[in-house]
Write a new protein. Structure first.
Length: 197
């Protein structure tokens, strides 16, 4: 019996801690590949092309979209983001797990194509804490922060589309919960059956 590979989708409001949790998860799980998205958003200080994102022009993005090179794509806060499908399929075929850190619109598209994906919503302990984290991060101008904050209530209304909700009030605890979810998902009978040869 092979260990089934999982497609794991993490969503949640900006500042909920998805990025930090993804990095920690990848460090602890050797067979977990974190997908690198393409985006038209300007690079933030410290970000590296090909590591944090593939930073591309809107023209390049539209070309990739037209060629069907995205598993999903969405316009988020005025910029385009998309998951290149090739690497995701490659990694799943190799038997690795794949982690996507994407917005809700993208997650809903993935759900249609990969119904066996594991969909996890990360929430902050409170709206005030969320605002504090975004401001502390110091990477976004005030108008971007305002825009992101104004989307939060709407984003939270999509929680029921997900399989799990993890409150990120403490990084260590949230990480343990994510690892427990992955472990449990790998034990589910419908995943085992497809692997018995
Ligand atoms: P940021 O600009 O802060 O890196 O990301 C903004 C939002 O875009 C976050 O909610 C992030 O999860 C989402 N995002 C990042 N990459 C993708 C992607 O490939 N597809 C979709 N749909 N959303 C993405």
């Amino acid at each position: 019996m092979k260990t089934p590979s999982l497609l794991i989708v993490l969503s949640g409001p900006s500042g909920a801690g998805k990025g930090t949790l993804s990095k920690l998860l990848v460090k602890e799980m050797p067979n977990l590949y974190c997908s690198v998205s393409a985006t038209t958003r300007p690079k933030r200080e410290g970000e590296v092309d090909g590591v944090n994102y593939y930073f591309i022009s809107e023209e390049e993005f539209m070309e990739m979209k037209a060629k069907g090179e995205f598993l999903e794509w969405a316009k988020v806060y005025d910029n385009y983001y998309g998951t290149p499908i090739k690497k995701v399929e490659e990694q799943l075929r190799k038997g690795n797990d794949v982690l996507l850190e994407i917005d809700i619109q993208g997650a809903l598209q993935v759900k249609k194509r990969f119904s066996k994906g594991v969909f996890i919503f990360i929430v902050p302990p409170s709206i005030d804490e969320l605002k504090r984290r975004i401001i502390k991060r110091g990477t976004d101008p005030q108008e971007v922060i305002n825009k992101r904050m104004s989307c939060v209530q709407d984003e939270l209304s999509y929680v029921s589309e997900y399989d799990y909700v993890v409150v990120n009030d403490n990084l260590e605890t949230a990480l343990e919960k994510l690892k427990a979810i992955i472990t449990a998902e790998k034990c589910r009978p419908h995943r085992q059956k497809i692997c018995i040869e």
